[in-house]
Design a protein around this ligand. Structure first.
Ligand code: NAD
Length: 331
């Protein structure tokens, strides 16, 4: 099997290169994202392997199909960047449903702790021997209420962590799992009662801008908002408006951003910032932005490589595709 890996970084190669040899696969590592220009580099391959910011739209799918590509191997859990409707009947789409939920949940907690206790600002101050702690006051998490939106694998890992901090946890999910010891409430109640809100649901038509001007108005004053799921869950402009004029947010920490595709995973430090929205967002002292790195642990990368190549092997051997996502069936 020949696989074209799009958007590859040195850390992807580190895990995929040796493992691909073990599987006997020929791999082509391509630094560019999959798009109308780079698609030609997949010529002669059986599958393309993509990540969260490769935009696999209907045109790309048709061209891949014409080129004889049989599968899209997502090295991610989320699949909102693939037009599954267009892929149906043409290309098999497989994902890595779970690699390390703890990696993402632990990072969400790290963001919350940083934005609350301002360790990111303390680090910069003490590096310059500014030992003044004025302005760095936080709040105890113990005894406070956290609201978790989406109680899948990552949401549950987050709930375990939040409970470990002595927080009372509320949750909202369209498919609540009542066998779990989770205090499910409606979304409005979660927004109204939570001191911390952490998003762990997928991006779908229903969850697009689930946090917008209206939902922000329902939140408590002094809430912390954490998003490690997908950027478009949040109407960034509405968050900025509230940060400018209101006192709803004590802190905002995002690992994802709705316009991250052309921005994240690359070094833009020598260029003028082209995106005014993220520039404005980062101008607030109580905002932390990271570049979609919540998954980024050794354990997670290794698991992603194993499951991705197992997905390819199952396809090659005609076995059941446990990790396939099919429009109208499970997606
Ligand atoms: P999962 O499929 O195990 O769980 C998702 C949960 O969200 C499910 O319980 C589902 O019922 C619920 N859900 C679906 N629609 C909803 C809605 N409208 N409102 C509320 N809940 C809803 O997924 P997971 O593995 O826990 O991952 C969650 C998300 O995290 C992924 O979709 C992905 O976008 C994101 N993610 C981010 C990173 C990162 O590095 N930042 C890494 C992995 C995953």
């Amino acid at each position: 099997m020949k696989i074209a890996f799009y958007g590859t970084k040195p850390y992807d190669r580190m895990f995929f290169e040796p493992l691909s040899k073990e599987y006997g696969y020929e791999v082509r590592f391509i630094e560019e994202l999959l798009n109308e220009h780079s698609i030609i580099m997949a010529q002669g391959c059986d599958a393309v392997c993509v990540f969260v910011n490769d935009e696999v739209n209907a045109d790309i799918i048709d061209r891949l199909y014409e080129m004889g590509i049989k599968a899209i191997l997502l090295r991610s859990a989320g699949y909102n960047n693939v037009d599954l409707k267009a892929a149906k009947g043409k290309l098999r789409v497989m994902r890595v449903p779970s690699y390390s939920p703890e990696a993402v949940a632990e990072f969400a907690m790290a963001l919350l702790l940083s934005v609350n206790r301002k360790t990111h600002r303390a680090y910069v101050r003490t590096r310059e021997f500014n030992m003044n702690i004025q302005g760095l006051m936080g709040t105890d998490l113990h005894g406070k209420t956290a609201g978790v939106v989406g109680t899948g694998k990552i949401g549950r890992a987050m709930i375990r962590i939040l409970k470990g901090f002595g927080m009372h946890v509320l949750a909202y999910d369209v498919y609540p799992d009542n066998s779990l010891d989770i205090d499910y409430v409606e979304l409005d109640e979660l927004l109204e009662r939570s001191d911390v809100i952490s998003l762990h649901c997928p991006l779908t038509k229903e969850t697009y801008h689930i946090i917008d001007e209206t939902s922000i108005k329902k939140m408590k004053q002094g809430v912390y908002l954490v998003n490690t799921s997908r950027g478009a869950l949040i109407d960034t402009a509405a968050v900025i408006e509230e940060l400018k004029s209101g006192d709803t947010f004590a802190g905002v920490a995002f690992d994802v951003y709705e316009e991250e595709d052309d921005l994240f995973y690359e070094d833009h430090s020598d260029e003028p910032v082209k995106d005014d929205v993220i520039a404005r967002l980062m101008s607030f002292p109580n905002v932390i932005i990271t570049s979609h790195q919540a998954f980024f642990t050794k354990e997670a990368l290794r698991a992603i490589a194993i499951v991705t190549l197992e997905n390819a092997k199952n396809l090659e051997e005609g076995k059941e595709l446990m990790n396939e996502v099919i429009y109208g069936v499970n997606a």
